[in-house]
Design a binder for this molecule. Structure first.
Ligand code: HXC
Length: 274
């Protein structure tokens, strides 16, 4: 864990509900929000994973509880909001990070496979936002923070289901930013690139492909969960109080780049020849 550039009390008094918060990027976000004073409720499908995550957070002095549930079920979304308000008296920050992913060519993907990812990522985000509206409105200065991706900015093979889901999340975020701004609810999105040591990378970049991805990223490394956590702390802090509807790409420049015609060493040899 890196030293934070933010004040330790940047999010003091804030309450955050984090879907998918038991593992990976969203656990990293939970940790960063908690390190800066937020009290946390983690939501996910697997109780054991949530329990372990909460214990790890508590060891760091972070107030953390969990509620098991599937964001695809609206009743579970309502249950999670109610549990958060019951535990902490309010909800200031809703972090929608629960996601599903697998590699599959579209001509092999079943209708239910496509629907499953749309349901977890997009419908799940809608369910949580919809169920949280009254609480976020009551909190006045609140934030919905959605986790998207960059893979739909271009065509990404074997990811039609995820591209469609994430594009929908981006659109939903922009809509809600416009509709709910008047209620004091900001709506922002983080689009992470390839983040090392996560379930997503294990699924999407098997067989050492992560090394090639890191070599191709302009900043020449994979992202870390701390990178995404820091972006989340910024967007949740008062420094971002006039930012809404924004999609913050945190990917080391990854999606912008494409394979070079020649590498630098080859160019230097050619240049030396004159
Ligand atoms: C093709 C598949 C498949 C695969 C599942 N399906 N896995 N099809 N290839 N590898 C199909 C099934 O055949 C079924 O369709 C349908 O999807 C539902 O499958 P279930 O296993 O019943 O679904 P469920 O138990 O709800 O599990 C959801 C899941 C699973 C998405 C399939 O992988 C999961 O729970 N994932 C959660 C963790 C996860 O994915 N984390 C990574 C997030 S990374 P049929 O037709 O047979 O009924 C991430 C990064 C984004 O999001 C981008 C970063 C760059």
């Amino acid at each position: 864990m890196s030293t934070s550039p933010f004040r330790p009390d940047a999010l003091a008094g804030r309450v955050a509900l984090i879907t998918g918060g038991g593992t990976g990027i969203c656990f990293g976000i939970a940790q960063e929000l908690g390190r800066h004073g937020a009290r946390l409720m983690l939501m996910g499908r697997r109780e054991e994973v949530l329990k372990e995550a909460c214990e790890a957070l508590k060891k760091q002095g972070i107030a953390a509880a969990y509620v098991a549930g599937d964001v695809r079920e609206y009743a579970n979304a309502e249950k999670a909001i109610a549990a958060t308000v019951a535990a902490y008296g309010k909800l200031d920050i809703l972090l929608n990070g629960a996601a599903g992913n697998f590699l599959c060519p579209t001509d092999k993907l079943s209708s239910n496979g496509f629907k499953t990812v749309i349901d977890i990522d997009l419908l799940g985000t809608f369910n949580m936002c919809r169920a949280a509206f009254s609480s976020l409105k009551a909190a006045k200065d609140s934030l919905i923070l959605n986790i998207s991706a960059t893979l739909h900015y271009q065509g990404t093979i074997m990811q039609s289901h995820v591209m469609a889901a994430k594009a929908g999340i981006d659109a939903l975020g922009k809509n809600l930013a416009c509709e709910w701004g008047e209620f004091g609810i900001r709506v922002c999105t983080i689009a992470p690139g390839a983040i090392g040591d996560t379930e997503g990378m294990r699924r999407l970049a098997p067989l050492g492909a992560d090394k090639k991805i890191a070599a191709d990223v302009p900043l020449r490394r994979l992202g870390t969960t701390d990178d995404i956590g820091s972006a989340a702390v910024f967007l949740a802090s008062s420094a971002a109080s006039y930012i809404t509807g924004e999609i913050l790409v945190v990917d080391g420049g990854g999606w912008l780049t494409k394979p070079a015609f020649v590498d630098r060493a080859t160019w230097e040899k050619l240049a030396a020849k004159g």
